[in-house]
Design a protein around this ligand. Sequence first.
Ligand code: ADP
Ligand code: MG
Length: 455
Amino acid sequence: VEVEVEAEKVVAELRERCATPASLLRDVAAAMAGEMGAGLEKEGGSRVKMLLSYVDKLPTGREDGLFYGLDLGGTNFRVLKVHLGGSKKHVVNSESREVSIPPHLMSGTSSELFGFIAGELGKFVAEEEEGTDMPNGKKKELGFTFSFPVRQRSVASGTLVKWTKAFSIDDAVGEDVVAELQTAMVKQGLDMHVAALINDAVGTLAGARYYDEDVVAGVIFGTGTNAAYVEKANAIPKWEGELPNSGDMVINMEWGNFYSSHLPIYEKLTSGMYLGEIVRRVLLKLSLQSGIFGSIDNSKLKTRFHLRFKADPKISVNVANRTPHISAMHHDETPDLKIVAEKLHQILEITHTSLEIRKMVVEICDIVARRAARLAAAGVAGILMKLGRNGGINNQRSVIAIDGGLFEHYTKFRECLESTLGELLGEEASKSVAVKHANDGSGIGAALIAASQSR
Ligand code: ADP
Ligand code: MG
């Protein structure tokens, strides 16, 4: 009994410290909107970088022709092509292929990596060639989704600031990744033109906008988190260039670094890379402080995810990412929480758990995931606030396109995000705001932006 009281104390403290009442979320949303303004004001004006994407034309749905996309983000990359049939037919046909990147190429040289990518792209294009003819003399247009930090000065160029995730290829840092890709394609004899360089958030926005002109933002909740939205070009004081004809500019927020007096770094509380890790730490505390798991070997509970991550990038994909396990436990609907028991046993070597303990573990998952989803909603509310679409004077319809494995597969996260957004906007404003799952925008979005840039 003593043990259970101690354990309850740990959970109660967690519950209290992770609480996200609507008043706090409103402060977070307002702080996000404020940081957005500061980041647009001047370079370095905010921890939210508010980078110009140089995408000033989003797809309208009227594009036609054949366009290609390349999506490099995590451990896989995808090549795809879309055949667009104008405003009546939209996407007539699309095909894609996923290729995993051999781990040794993730820390080799730039020309090896881009050579491999161009080679795979070349194979795909050659195989898909039959039955699709390019108008004479017209180059194939390609959009490139590259979800690493780049500094852009035009829509079709960008220098790599640094690698993230499992990549570290020193000689590519500071280089223009489009030029590297273009060089590799030339070596392969591939006659393609890179029309746009974007990231997954911009791609998600573009992919959804193609079908629905009320889409105002693309948001990712996957391994990491990011958002992109459409800003009025004349509302960007830091922009020194000529204003585009469209009057619009897509801003790549890079909001993972958002930080306010109300909470620590945003990405660490809201993305798949970290949620499992947070739960692990809570379970370790629970074990050490209460002894509720009995006299177990805590070594698995003590393993920080990124220790393994460095040692072996191949293992990292499963071991580092505990979030799918958290989701599986959280959604366990068996009467005796069998899945929770299995996960605790398999992943953490915690055996012989009582039903009470399992319930406690589910509650811990719930506290951590709920906080994540509610903060995610606050971020989205911040964008709507910045755009004046959070229920103020003009109730135009606004659609937020969201993608990423966490949003797609973690049902309770997604439901909580959506209901919290409703709570923050209020009943009236909620009527004009919709959240849409934009499946796989990051790949097709690049091809669609290539299409809209080349019109
Ligand atoms: P990326 O963000 O690397 O481009 P995804 O958008 O596919 O890739 O997101 C993958 C991430 O989504 C994983 O790292 C994991 O954190 C999370 N995820 C995937 N499946 C699940 C799941 N079933 N439950 C919870 N989270 C999941
Ligand atoms: Mg992705």
